[in-house]
Design a protein around this ligand. Sequence first.
Ligand SMILES: *Cc1c(COP(=O)(O)O)cnc(C)c1O
Length: 332
Amino acid sequence: MNTASLPRVSLLRGETPLHPLPRYSAALGHSGILLKRDDVMTLGMGGNKVRSLEFWLGEAKARGCDVVLVCGLPPSNLCRLTAAACCAVGLECRILHNGEAPHPGEAETGNQLLNRLMGVQRIYLGAVDEHARTRAAHDYADALRAEGRTPYLIGDEVTGALGYFEAARELALQCARDGVDLRHVVISASAGPTESGLMFGLAHFMPQVRVHLISVEYDETQFWHIAEEIFAGLRERVHLDVQPRQNARFYADWLGEGYGVPTAESIDAVRQLAGLEGVFMETTYNAKTLAGLRGLIARSDLPQNETVCLWHTGGAPALFGQAAALCAPPNC
Ligand SMILES: *Cc1c(COP(=O)(O)O)cnc(C)c1O
């Protein structure tokens, strides 16, 4: 039931805030919406990937690796936070982007600007799909090994999920300390490690909590296939036999046209939260989850008198690259 024996580096410097959203709750006619602020961390402008990186980089160090590889689109939060964590622990980081290099002299923004400031090496693969990107990463790792280097490739889902198993423990402690009778958690459902680790941890530490997963990427069958594999890995790693799926509900109702494509209701939800609470969310993940929270309250899937925690997974720097969607008519 413990992760204490697993390799981990310390990146968080304490817990992230959990606080009420009084004006937003009142606007939605709900008695208590709390926000878990994984966008508020000291490292690299924060975000959910920091919790996973504690275990990924722990594993990299335990294996004696001397260079960390990470793959993602140019605006990826994962790439920015991997670079930041590597800077902080003194490991070389190389980013492989499936996308085109910036034009010479181009003023980069968002995560790309932050990557530039950190001075990490960026390799552009062009507009290839994720399979081609993964192949390229393995080839790149082989080439490094031939040079005598020891690369670590970021992304093992089970290792990454350990960070969110620990996040569930953190939330349980916060609720106990603050006297919060938490009944629901609402979080984005995407590639898996974050929400699967959290579901697994909550099923153990807070079995009274129901997890509401708002899809921003996959349909229900695809999602549970990924999540069940992560659960199986976690059962072995932390020696707990919990069945998280019993406590969870999955909704694809707010996905719209798919991953990364904003919906009108998500943009409206972002504005409402910003205007009522001064809290910002980007459009790929949290905006759709916010629209989902609003919809679940409206149709009473979230009873108005049961305390709910919305999990902010970060990504605010990506917002600056999303101006076109946020400012296009009829949104402006
Ligand atoms: C990566 C990311 C997610 C999704 O996390 P997964 O573990 O891949 O499901 C959610 N929100 C933000 C801001 C992210 O960067």
